[in-house]
Design a protein around this ligand. Structure first.
Ligand code: ADP
Ligand code: MG
Length: 371
């Protein structure tokens, strides 16, 4: 395979992305609005004066190789935040640090270079050029960078193969299904070899089955490529499937920042709690989140058919083991050391959503043991 040549010669490099007290205010007197917001002013108060606080004091770090998901309803400020991360929008206040460099302080020219070589965007509706074939579409970002045709074609073909589109290079966009077109968009972003991928509702327009398939594909690709990814969605299930960490946005502010498990087990407020009701907890929570730490495993006979599980076992799989076991399931680390035990009542309580809605709840505190 020709593509391998480029994989081998391009060095693998990953980047850290940081947002530091980021604000974006549209409308009148934005600086004054930032001062008032920082002092606790309400977004609605400003709205009444014709000022929109689209992003308010956003701060987070995306570690190299992580998928960071920004989740929130329409209008909560997700796209505005994303556009500040790649320098398309200038923050009203705050900084964006990429590889330790302050993007907001770069000259327009340096910013353009960073944007075209280090950052790739994938949108919800990926506009392919109808009169260019799939290979030319996938190589478009490289064309913009001035990469010579021969290298462009090899790298674009390699990216298409990564996205499951080998054999479609000579096809025209209108010969492809919506899901395949979206994969061409993803291939275009991957072909440039950017460290940072910014994905704005990239899968939101797809049918549920194709969407799930794309999520799986992204996770598989990410294991290989280890990009730094910011993925925007309004769907909490999608957020939880993809995100190493998730920021939940409401009215321009990040109201919770944590892992899928943090959000399910300890929602920051009633707003976040209202979202998690529809989430399939059995496919998010793991044995480590539901076990009772420090408990002694049952002393069972040598011929007992029971089976220990690892701490990362999904609760869905844990249930299947528990259903066959004659006693509570033991959780062990890879060296066989006992980490805890999962009493059946606890498994049922967690599946039923008990102890996860209210952090004051004694049960919720217990659920966090070992998490
Ligand atoms: N260029 C703009 N001028 C004025 N208001 C804007 C502009 N872009 C976005 N907004 C407002 O900022 C808020 C956040 O929008 P957006 O970031 O697009 O949210 P999301 O992507 O979460 O749907 C909305 O109230 C939107 O109307
Ligand atoms: Mg948006």
């Amino acid at each position: 395979m020709v593509g391998a040549v480029f994989v081998a010669t391009r060095e693998v490099h990953v980047s850290r992305l940081q947002a530091d007290h980021l604000y974006k205010v549209f409308g009148r007197r934005p600086d004054e609005a930032v001062r008032r917001l920082a002092a606790g002013a309400d977004r609605e108060e400003l709205r009444a004066e014709g000022t929109t606080a689209a992003v308010v004091d956003a701060g987070f770090t995306v570690e190299p190789g992580q998928i960071f998901v920004v989740m929130g309803l329409s209008g909560s400020g997700k796209s505005t935040l994303l556009r500040m991360l790649n320098g398309l929008l200038e923050p009203t206040a705050g900084r964006v640090l990429f590889d330790g460099r302050d993007l907001t302080a770069l000259s327009p020219r340096d910013l353009r270079t960073v944007r075209s070589t280090k950052i790739s965007m994938v949108f919800q509706h990926f506009a392919l050029f109808p009169h260019r074939n799939v290979l030319e579409n996938a190589g478009y970002g490289l064309e913009v960078q001035g990469v010579p045709r021969a290298e462009r074609e090899v790298r674009a073909a390699e990216a298409l193969e990564l996205c499951g589109l080998a054999g479609w290079e000579k096809s025209w966009p209108d010969e492809l299904s919506g899901g395949m077109q979206q994969r061409v968009g993803l291939a275009r972003a991957l072909a440039t070899d950017a460290d940072l991928l910014l994905m704005d509702e990239s899968f939101s327009a797809l049918d549920p089955l194709i969407r799930r398939d794309m999520q799986d594909q992204l996770l598989v690709l990410q294991q290989r490529l280890k990009k730094t990814i910011v993925f925007i969605t309004h769907d909490l299930n999608e957020a939880m499937r993809l995100g190493d960490r998730i920021a939940v946005m409401r009215d321009g502010r990040i109201v919770q920042l944590g892992t899928a498990e943090d959000i399910l087990v300890r929602p920051a407020d009633d707003y976040v709690a209202s979202f998690i009701q529809d989430v399939d907890r059995s496919r998010v929570l793991t044995a480590s989140a539901v076990m009772t730490g420090g408990a002694t495993p049952v002393d069972c006979p040598a011929d007992c058919a029971c089976q220990a599980v690892g701490p990362d076992t999904l609760v869905a799989d844990l249930c299947a083991v528990a259903a066959r076991a004659p006693h509570p399931v033991t959780v062990e680390d890879s060296d066989g050391a006992v980490l805890g035990v999962v009493p059946t009542e606890r498994l049922l309580a967690v599946m039923g959503g008990l102890g996860a809605r209210n952090a004051e709840d004694a049960d919720a505190k217990e659920v966090t043991v070992g998490a």
